[in-house]
Structures are given as structure tokens and as C-alpha cells.
Design a protein around this ligand. Structure first.
Ligand SMILES: *[C@@H]1O[C@H](CO)[C@@H](O)[C@H](O)[C@H]1NC(C)=O
Ligand SMILES: *[C@@H]1O[C@H](CO)[C@@H](O)[C@H](O)[C@H]1NC(C)=O
Ligand SMILES: *[C@@H]1O[C@H](CO)[C@@H](O)[C@H](O)[C@H]1NC(C)=O
Length: 470
């Protein structure tokens, strides 16, 4: 919600704090705003594109800036911090030539974010330029002359590891893989060919997946995404911690998620009706792979204990509708839901039918979570009255997707604009916010699950912006 399409006022407000002299032009601000993909599709789309050389050639960022970077001192560049990531490829290559250490330092501080390709490529080139490249550690014929990553490279590249060719990853030495598998599994920019290469490396080093121990699976991170349904079925998934580590990934296909769910149920000998609340938490996004029959078997008391967590999952509408039925078993008829129920339900509220949605009092509208608004199917969203839309509040109004907007009539669009502008008396918004109940305490989670913020982040978090604004 920070930046969607046009430059948001939030963006303007934060820019001057850090770099008042540099970020003066509209063009620069909108480039900054474009960086995080702030509106993730519902359900989630594929991960970020892999890093490619062509990314370096694109100079999408407008370069109307007061002074060219060639002229900046090391101190200035250092002060830029993560804003360096917003430079164009040309500018970055001059920074890389003059200040490779600062560039690499900045990159390592940005681990866990998804910087633009130009930045990753500049870091990659810079690290590779600086590292001594001996012959490949792997003597197999396909690896002759391939510049495989060293441990030092991997450590220094952080997210810029996304620029390795799959062949280079496959030719990495076994010791390098063993020492760095967790770092590599955390790289967000790897695409399917790179993840597949890493999976093959893992099989080379650790033997077939059916032999793997729990700690192997826990160290995989995104590499696990390269496993097909059959291979996932071979993993030993009897421990909910293992499943919880897999379900931290948000990019599973429905088929893969189903394999993980089945694997857990079979390996642990559990039935759906046996699942405790902490199992539900650990299963996370794989719950989205349940069918209607299975969801109906979840115990209401266990569901009740973790409903707020389940309400962070971005499942398909059909599945959300089944969870909504489950919520009726807990909270009664939707016509009687209170603001706190609606808020606790999160995305589950997107499972409401047209009729139920139409019956909601407009005063409840601000209590939808933005993720729920995004997940409402277009043809259901358009059933909201103009009054209901006007009452959404700015945050929810900003979550309305272009596709939902296209379905709206003229009055509804005007209401939406009013909600976006927040031009109602401030009083009701403040009252609504302060009236929001504290979050329901989360149910007991097994070790390793409670600390994993990523599992529950839901639809959209513009990570880069959050990092930038820290
Ligand atoms: C920036 O470059 C210009 C022209 O090359 C030079 O005259 C000026 O002194 C430089 N400024 C700084 C701060 O280095
Ligand atoms: C790589 O090194 C060469 C020569 O050492 C230098 O000319 C070039 O600018 C460097 N490239 C980068 C991206 O650092
Ligand atoms: C739901 O999944 C279970 C387990 O795979 C299967 O036995 C059942 O037939 C499915 N039910 C429906 C309605 O698809």
C-alpha cells in the first residue's frame, strides 16, 4: 500500500528524510515507488524474476539527478545505503568501479530483500571481478572452464547470488554447497532453472531425498520449491517442524502443497480430525490444498484457537469459502458478526457470499483487512453498495485491485475515491482504529514455528520499502 502505480504521499514524505538533495525529481520518486511490487496478486504469483544480464542493460530509472555519481565521495555513497539499489545500471557500474567495497557492503546489508536486477548485476560483476578464479573445484567434464561459486563469493554476493548461471551452481564444490546451502536457500531471486540445479546438487551430495534427515530438509529453504510432487512425497515429513519449514515458502503450486499435506498426514499417521491447533499453524499455506471434505473435518475448537493465523493465508476463493463456513460454526451467522470477528478472520472474510456481503453494516467495512479486500472475487466485490465502499477507509480502499475496480459503476467509483481520499471526518477513522481490539494471542506453536514471521505474512509486504524506511 506504500506505492501503487503513482507516487504515494507516503513516498514523498519519507524521501526527504534521508536524501533531500538527491531525490528532488518526480521521476526519481516514481522509480523508487516502482521497486517493491506492493500489490501481490491473490493468490500469490510467482517469485521475482531471475537475475539476467539483460537486466543490467536496462536503464529504467530516470537519471535526472543533481549530480552524477562519478563525482560523489565515498561518504556520500555510503550514506545512500539501500537507496543505492535504485540507481540505474550505468550509475551502478561507475559506483562499482570506484567503490566496490561500499557496493558489496550495501548488498550484504540488504540480504533478505529483493533489490532490482541492475543492482544485483552490478554487485555480481563487482564480486566476480574481485575474486581469484581458479579452476573449477568439480573435475567432472561438464564443469571444465565453468566459473563455479566459492564460499567467499556466496557470502559476499548475498541476494546477488541470483545472477549465477545454473551450470555454475551445479559445478560448485560439495564442500561449498554443504557450507552454504542455507544461504543459497534464502536467495529470493533464484528462478526455476537455478533452483533445479541446486536440487540436483543436493541429490549429488546427500543421496536420494528418501534418505534425507530432518536437518537436510530444514536447510533447503527455497531450493525445496524445485521438488516435484513425487519427490516431495519421498521426503520424511512426519515432524510438523519440517512441514512448517516447507510451508514458509509461499510459491508452492497447489499440487506441491497437496503432496506436502498428504506426506505429513501419512508419515505422521494423523487424520485431519486429529490435528491440533499447532499442527494447523505448522501446515500454514498447505492448508490451502485441503478440499471441502477435509476442511469440514478440522475440529472447530482447534480451528477457533488459530483462526487469526489461518486468516493470514491467501488461499483460493473456494477454500476461503470453506473456511468461512468453519468460521460460522464458531462465530455464528455472518449477519451477526462483530467488528472484532471480521478483523480476526482476515482473508477468511473474503469467503463471504454476495448475499452475506450485501447484508453487512457499512460501519463494519473498515474492519475488513486489506488482504481480505484483495482476495474478494471481482464479481462479489462489485455487489458492495456505494455506501459500503465509501466506508472502507483509505487502507482498504487502496487494497482494491484494478480488476475489482473495473467492475464498479460510476457511484461506486466515486465512493471508492472518497474512501481513498479519506475525506470523511477524521474522527470516525481514529475511533475505528482505537476501537480495534488487540490481536488475539496466538496459539501455542511448536518450536521453530513461532519465530518464523515469514510464514504468516500473507498477501503483500513491500519488503524493500520496509527495509529502506527502517
Ligand atoms: C564535480 O565535478 C566537477 C566537474 O568535473 C568538478 O569541477 C567539481 O569540483 C566536482 N565536485 C566534487 C565535489 O568533487
Ligand atoms: C573489472 O575489472 C576490470 C579490470 O580489472 C575493470 O576495468 C572493470 O571496470 C571492472 N568491472 C567492474 C564491474 O568492476
Ligand atoms: C478430498 O481429499 C480426500 C483425500 O485425498 C479424498 O479422499 C476425497 O475424495 C476428496 N474429496 C473431494 C470432494 O474431492
Amino acid at each position: 500500500m506504500w506505492c501503487s502505480g503513482r507516487c504515494s504521499s507516503a513516498c514523498f514524505r519519507t524521501m526527504p528524510l534521508l536524501t533531500s538533495t538527491l531525490w528532488t525529481s518526480w521521476g526519481t520518486c516514481s522509480a523508487a515507488c516502482r521497486q517493491p511490487s506492493s500489490t501481490t496478486e491473490c493468490p500469490q504469483g510467482p517469485g521475482p524474476p531471475p537475475c539476467t544480464a539483460s537486466g543490467a542493460a536496462q536503464t529504467s530509472a530516470p537519471s535526472r539527478r543533481p549530480r552524477p555519481p562519478q563525482n560523489w565521495t565515498a561518504e556520500t555513497i555510503q550514506d545512500m545505503g539501500p537507496f543505492l539499489a535504485l540507481f540505474s545500471g550505468d550509475e551502478l557500474s561507475s559506483v562499482a568501479t570506484k567503490f566496490p567495497d561500499i557496493l558489496q557492503q550495501t548488498a550484504s546489508e540488504m540480504a533478505g530483500t529483493s533489490p532490482p536486477q541492475e543492482f544485483l548485476w552490478a554487485v555480481f560483476e563487482s564480486v566476480r571481478n574481485g575474486s581469484e578464479r581458479g579452476p573449477s573445484a568439480d573435475p567432472s567434464p561438464g564443469c571444465l572452464g565453468v566459473g563455479a561459486p566459492s564460499s567467499d563469493d556466496i557470502f559476499r554476493l548475498a541476494e546477488a547470488n541470483a545472477c549465477w548461471a545454473p551450470e555454475a551452481l551445479l559445478c560448485m564444490g560439495e564442500d561449498v554447497f554443504l557450507r552454504n546451502v542455507e544461504l543459497l536457500g534464502a536467495v529470493r531471486g533464484f528462478g526455476p532453472p537455478q533452483l533445479t540445479a541446486l536440487k540436483e546438487k543436493a541429490v549429488q551430495v546427500w543421496d536420494a531425498p528418501s534418505h534425507w534427515r530432518e536437518h537436510h530438509i530444514l536447510s533447503l529453504g527455497r531450493i525445496a520449491l524445485a521438488f516435484n510432487e513425487r519427490e516431495l512425497g519421498q521426503l520424511g515429513l512426519s515432524a510438523i517442524d519440517t512441514v512448517a519449514s516447507l510451508s514458509q515458502q509461499t510459491e508452492w503450486t497447489p499440487g506441491q502443497a497437496k503432496s506436502i499435506l498428504r506426506g505429513f498426514l501419512e508419515d505422521s499417521g494423523s487424520r485431519i480430525q486429529d490435528l491440533k491447533s499447532f499442527h494447523l499453524v505448522g501446515l500454514g499455506a498447505t492448508l490451502c490444498a485441503m478440499n471441502a471434505t477435509e476442511i469440514s473435518l478440522i475440529r472447530v475448537s482447534e480451528f477457533r484457537a488459530v483462526v487469526a493465523r489461518i486468516g493470514t493465508l491467501v488461499c483460493s476463493t473456494d477454500v476461503l469459502a470453506e473456511f468461512k463456513k468453519k468460521a460460522e460454526a464458531v462465530f455464528g451467522n455472518p449477519a451477526e458478526w462483530s467488528s472484532s470477528v471480521l478483523q480476526e478472520l482476515g482473508t477468511i472474510a473474503a469467503g463471504l457470499t454476495k448475499e452475506e456481503l450485501r447484508m453487512l453494516d457499512k460501519d463494519l467495512m473498515p474492519y475488513f483487512q486489506p488482504s481480505a479486500i484483495r482476495c474478494l472475487p471481482d464479481e462479489i466485490f462489485k455487489e458492495l453498495s456505494a455506501e459500503q465502499i465509501a466506508a472502507l477507509g483509505p487502507e482498504n480502499a487502496a487494497a482494491v485491485t484494478p480488476a475489482q475496480r473495473r467492475q464498479l459503476g460510476v457511484w461506486q467509483l466515486q465512493s471508492l475515491q472518497r474512501a481513498l481520499d479519506g475525506d470523511k471526518p477524521r474522527a470516525w477513522q481514529d475511533a475505528a482504529l482505537s476501537a480495534r481490539p488487540p490481536r488475539t494471542p496466538l496459539a501455542r506453536a511448536p518450536p521453530g514455528v513461532s519465530a518464523s514471521g515469514g510464514l504468516w505474512l500473507g498477501c503483500s509486504l513491500p519488503v524493500l520499502m520496509l527495509q529502506l524506511l527502517r
